[in-house]
Design a protein around this ligand. Structure first.
Ligand SMILES: [Zn+2]
Length: 300
C-alpha cells in the first residue's frame, strides 16, 4: 500500500515529465551541486582532471589554505586577506568562511554550510554503487551547496540569470543551461555519443529528460535547486529513482553514462544517501585534487 505522500510525488513527477519531454529543460526533483567555465577535461591516469581555465586569483595570503585557493580559482572569487575564507564580488560583499566555528547537525549543514562542510563527505567518483546495496559513499557528497559561491559564479537565480541561459544540443534534443556550463555539457555529450556508437541501448537513458533549468526550490525545502542556476540536468525520468518516492536505493543508469558526466566535473545524485539517480550537477571542486582538504574531520 503506497503512502499518500508517495502518490503525490508520483503524480507531480508524471506531470512534470509530460511537460518536460520536449526540448528546453525544465527540471524538478532534488539536486546537489555547481560549475565553472570550461575547457575539456583531461583524463590523467584514469582520474579526471577538471576544467580549470578560469583563473582569477589575486595575491594570496602567505598561509593560504590550498582548498580555498582551489575554490577561488574554480569559482572566480578571491581569498580573503586573512586567508580565512573567500571574498565574493556580490553586492552584499559576502565573505564565506572556511570554518564558521559552529557545531552543526546534518540539516544545519545543508542550511548554513561553511566551505569546509562541502568536503565532509568524500565524493567517490567512478566507483559504481554496489547493485541495489545503496550508494558507496557515506552521506551525500555534493548535496551541500554554498549558495553565495554559486551566486558569485553564476548569478543569483531569477530573471537576470534566466536571460543569460543558452540552448545547446544534447544527444537528440536541446537543453537550456548556464553559458559557463554549456561547453562542459557539450563535452559530456561528445563522450556520450562515443558510448552510444558502441551501445545503442544507452539512448533510452537520454530520452524523456527531466530537464535542466528550472528556477525552483529543492522538493520539501526552501533551498534553491542547482537547476535554478542552469548547472544541472535530469536524465530519463522513467529510469530514475528518487529517495522521497522509492524506499530503497536502486539504480538503472549505466556506468558509461555516469562516467561521461563525472569525467567532465558533474557529480551524480546516485551517490547520495538521499539518492536522485537521474540528477547530474556541475561541481568541479569534487574532481580537483587541490580542492580536497587535508582533513575532512569536523573540528566541532
Ligand atoms: Zn535534478
Amino acid at each position: 500500500m503506497s503512502q499518500p505522500v508517495f502518490s503525490a510525488v508520483a503524480l507531480a513527477l508524471a506531470t512534470v515529465s509530460s511537460v518536460c519531454a520536449g526540448a528546453v529543460g525544465c527540471a524538478r526533483h532534488e539536486d546537489v551541486p555547481a560549475p565553472t567555465p570550461h575547457t575539456p577535461a583531461a583524463s590523467v591516469g584514469g582520474a579526471r582532471a577538471v576544467p580549470s581555465a578560469f583563473v582569477q586569483v589575486a595575491a594570496l595570503p602567505a598561509k593560504t589554505n590550498p582548498s580555498l585557493a582551489c575554490l577561488a580559482r574554480l569559482y572566480g572569487v578571491t581569498v580573503t586577506p586573512d586567508g580565512a575564507g573567500l571574498q565574493t564580488p556580490l553586492p552584499t560583499g559576502a565573505v564565506i568562511p572556511w570554518d564558521d566555528g559552529r557545531r552543526k547537525t546534518e540539516e544545519e549543514r545543508l542550511e548554513t554550510p561553511d566551505l569546509h562542510d562541502l568536503f565532509l563527505a568524500p565524493y567517490p567518483s567512478h566507483a559504481m554503487p554496489d547493485g541495489n546495496g545503496g550508494p558507496t559513499s557515506t552521506g551525500d557528497p555534493g548535496r551541500i551547496r554554498v549558495y553565495a559561491l554559486l551566486d558569485a559564479r553564476y548569478g543569483a537565480p531569477g530573471p537576470a540569470l534566466e536571460k543569460k541561459l543558452v540552448t545547446v544540443p544534447f544527444v537528440d534534443t536541446r537543453v537550456r543551461v548556464h553559458p559557463l556550463v554549456a561547453p562542459v555539457l557539450t563535452a559530456v555529450e561528445n563522450r556520450l555519443k562515443l558510448a552510444i556508437a558502441k551501445d545503442q541501448k544507452l539512448l533510452k537513458f537520454l530520452h524523456n529528460l527531466g530537464g535542466t533549468y528550472n528556477d525552483r526550490a529543492i522538493a520539501g525545502t526552501d533551498r534553491k535547486s542547482a537547476h535554478a542556476y542552469g548547472i544541472a540536468i535530469d536524465l530519463s525520468v522513467p529510469e530514475s529513482a528518487y529517495w522521497r518516492s522509492t524506499p530503497r536505493f536502486s539504480n538503472r543508469f549505466p556506468k558509461e553514462i555516469i562516467d561521461a558526466f563525472e569525467s567532465e566535473g558533474f557529480i551524480w545524485g546516485g551517490r547520495w544517501a538521499h539518492f536522485d539517480t537521474m540528477h547530474f550537477e556541475y561541481r568541479p571542486e569534487f574532481f580537483d585534487e587541490s580542492c580536497t582538504p587535508s582533513s575532512r574531520t569536523d573540528p566541532h
